[in-house]
Design a protein around this ligand. Structure first.
Ligand SMILES: [Zn+2]
Length: 388
């Protein structure tokens, strides 16, 4: 892989919630990693193979969707659609995290079967990235009969996530808490469905169960799609330090209610953003951008902070070496601008005005995977690419 320079950056969004904007106009990318951040004159720009002059546009880390329900490849049986992951790429998403391959026809509900499915999905997505998107597949669905040695084997075979607890037959604290302890002991990150019943066979999960089971993530605290009460959500926000996920396919009013409390406790570092698609709500290629917009327009969150909730915060929870613009991080980037006709003058002011920004390019591991998005409105400016 050659050396790439991204220059003439107007706004550089870091993905770091504590310091969401960086003072720099240039990135150097080499070997798929960010190897330089700052002013062009201060960086080593020798032997660059490819220069992307982004003409004053905004560069941010590629968006991470913390909650996806893929099965295998780029097809979803839930909405009978192909290329939904490629569509998400065109919404600026460079990583999708599986919350469980729950839509597989005939999904096995025994211990051996659920284990096999998680291992298969983890390995399949590790071998084949749809449209270049990194899918963390194999969200283990907890079913009766799983033993500690199974979690040890799952972790060894590359399964890194326990999908939403509540999708399988293991639901209550008595059964789930020991499995969660085993999963964490073997380095896995645990998600837990919270709120009303999402599909027949899943369950309604109150705050008490979440607190007793102690996952890492309160999945869709704003409902998936039916929300818990505001007072239940408030307990999860104030009485735990769990990551709090906001999803697109949830209850929009609850986003507002949740964020009021989160702001009070200065808990922005705990918020992560997911789509929760494909689901009954559909396939939403711009779902992550739409939640970023909602937070910036209605919840008093700065656009660059909302982007950090969809990048650096999520990467930290899932232990991924991406989602932040810094040396040594995987070079997954999205280049954004105000969409044509917007009252905003750049991507961030367009977001503040409620407009979906135009995606001008999406880069994964230092390679351009999409140019001008087929899904967002067109960006005002165009990248100028030169190759040496
Ligand atoms: Zn759910």
């Amino acid at each position: 892989m050659g050396k790439m320079m991204v220059k003439n950056i107007g706004t550089l969004v870091s993905g770091e919630i504590s310091n969401p904007l960086l003072n720099g106009d240039t990135l150097i990318v080499e070997g798929g990693l960010i190897q330089g951040v700052g002013k062009e004159k201060d960086l080593d720009t020798q032997a660059v193979d490819q220069t992307l002059d982004v003409q004053g546009m905004t560069v941010a880390p590629g968006l991470i969707d913390s909650h996806c329900h893929p099965v295998l490849g780029d097809f979803t049986p839930r909405q009978k659609m192909i290329d939904f992951i490629e569509s998400s790429l065109h919404g600026g998403v460079t990583t999708l995290i599986s919350a469980g391959e729950v839509h597989l026809a005939g999904r096995p509900k025994d211990a051996a079967g659920t284990k096999a499915l998680a291992i298969l999905a983890a390995k399949s997505f590790a071998n084949a990235r749809p449209a270049g998107v990194k899918v963390l597949g194999g969200g283990l669905i907890l079913e009766p009969g799983l033993q500690e040695k199974d979690f040890e084997e799952l972790a060894r075979e590359g399964v890194r996530v326990v999908g939403e607890i509540g999708l399988g037959a293991i639901k209550g604290p008595k059964d789930a808490a020991p499995m969660v302890r085993w999963a964490k002991k073997h380095g896995m990150v645990v998600m837990m469905h919270t709120g009303g019943t999402s599909i027949p066979g899943s369950s309604t999960v109150p705050a008490d169960d979440v607190i007793a089971i102690a996952p890492d993530i309160v999945s869709h605290i704003n409902g998936g799609p039916t929300a818990i009460s505001v007072s239940e959500a408030e307990r999860l926000i104030r009485q735990t330090s769990l990551a709090l996920e906001i999803v697109h396919c949830g209850n929009m009013k609850m986003i507002y209610d949740v964020m009021k409390i989160v702001k009070e406790i200065k808990g922005y570092g705990r918020i992560i953003i997911g789509n929760d698609a494909p689901s009954g709500t559909g396939v939403i290629p711009l779902g992550i951008l739409r939640v970023i917009n909602f937070l910036a327009c209605f919840c008093d969150v700065k656009p660059e902070e909302a982007i950090a909730m969809a990048t650096g915060n999520t990467a930290r929870v899932y232990k991924l070496n991406r989602g932040v613009i810094a040396n040594g991080k995987e070079a997954d980037l999205v280049i954004l601008d105000a969409p044509m006709g917007s009252v905003g003058k750049d991507a961030l002011s367009a977001i503040e005005a409620g407009d979906i920004p135009g995606v001008a390019a999406v880069i994964i591991d230092g390679q351009m995977k999409a140019g001008i998005s087929r899904n967002t409105p067109p960006p005002v400016r165009k990248i100028v690419i030169t190759k040496q």
